[in-house]
Design a protein around this ligand. Structure first.
Ligand code: GLP
Length: 255
């Protein structure tokens, strides 16, 4: 594993965008796994900015042949709701680049049979072979919506959201009661099938989860700890999120 620690959010966004850009330049039809949440927003802004700056050049950054797969989706929101993860990714990223909307894949949160929908989405992700998965981390150590207690062998499925997760995500909704109680999420084993994974964390409120994920035991009570079993993971952190790491015996780079 490699841990990169950045002093500023813009340096962090630039470092993650460098890896995304290299992935697309070496495989123009790369399969990207996309996360949602506040953490990932500066990275999408940086990628949009690079796309726009390079737009006029013959060797400009293009997402035209890329396919994107979302990690998760709320259950029960109307497809027109701006807070569906599909719409959040659209408005914050996809609409500003040349990646066709038809190349963006996500679980259908309004499906009449969420269990069947989850199985179909798991098959689609597995068949795609994700080249690069971007991940955030919840304050409780969740990845995607794999809450503490999720099996490390889990696949895409219907889950109940933890109270802490609903409280954390209430800021995106008019009232806490509006936060959905369920979601379809890629499972931990599904996420680990990606070729390369970047876990990004910003802020002091993530420091405990980050320390346990990187330096604690691999356990279903801290789902992000499962990444320790993956051969190609990079943790990209700001100094606050990294503040509880000891980093002994870890390949680290402080930027
Ligand atoms: C959300 C998402 C995760 C995300 C995490 C952290 O609920 N399902 O994919 O990584 O929680 O979100 P944020 O970056 O807003 O802290």
């Amino acid at each position: 594993m490699t841990v990169h620690i950045h002093q500023s959010e813009s340096d962090l966004a630039s470092a993650v965008s460098d890896i995304v850009e290299q992935t697309i330049r070496s495989s123009p039809d790369a399969k990207l796994g996309l996360a949602t949440g506040s953490t990932i927003e500066p990275i999408y802004r940086e990628l949009v900015s690079r796309y726009r700056m390079a737009g006029q050049k013959p060797d400009g950054l293009s997402f035209a042949n890329v396919s994107a797969y979302l990690l998760d989706e709320y259950i029960g929101l109307d497809p027109s709701n701006p807070e569906t993860y599909r719409n959040v990714i659209r408005s914050g990223f996809i609409q500003h680049i040349d990646l066709p909307d038809s190349s963006v894949h996500s679980p259908e949160g309004d499906s009449i049979d969420p269990t069947e929908q989850a199985a179909a989405y798991d098959a689609a992700v597995t068949q795609a072979h994700i080249d690069l998965q971007l991940l955030g981390i919840g304050r409780n150590g969740h990845i995607a919506f794999n809450e503490p207690g999720s099996s490390l062998a889990s696949r895409t499925r219907l889950v109940n959201l933890a109270n802490t997760t609903r409280a954390d995500n209430a800021r995106f909704f008019a009232s806490p009661d509006d936060v959905p109680r369920q979601a379809i999420t890629q499972g931990i084993a599904t996420i680990l099938s990606a070729q390369q994974i970047i876990l990004i964390a910003i802020g002091q409120h993530k420091a405990d989860a980050v320390a346990q994920a990187i330096e604690g035991p691999v356990t279903s009570s801290l789902p992000a700890s499962a990444l320790q079993t993956h051969p190609r993971v990079t943790y990209v952190l700001d100094t606050a999120a990294a503040s509880k790491l000891t980093l002994s015996g870890v390949d680290r780079e402080v930027c």
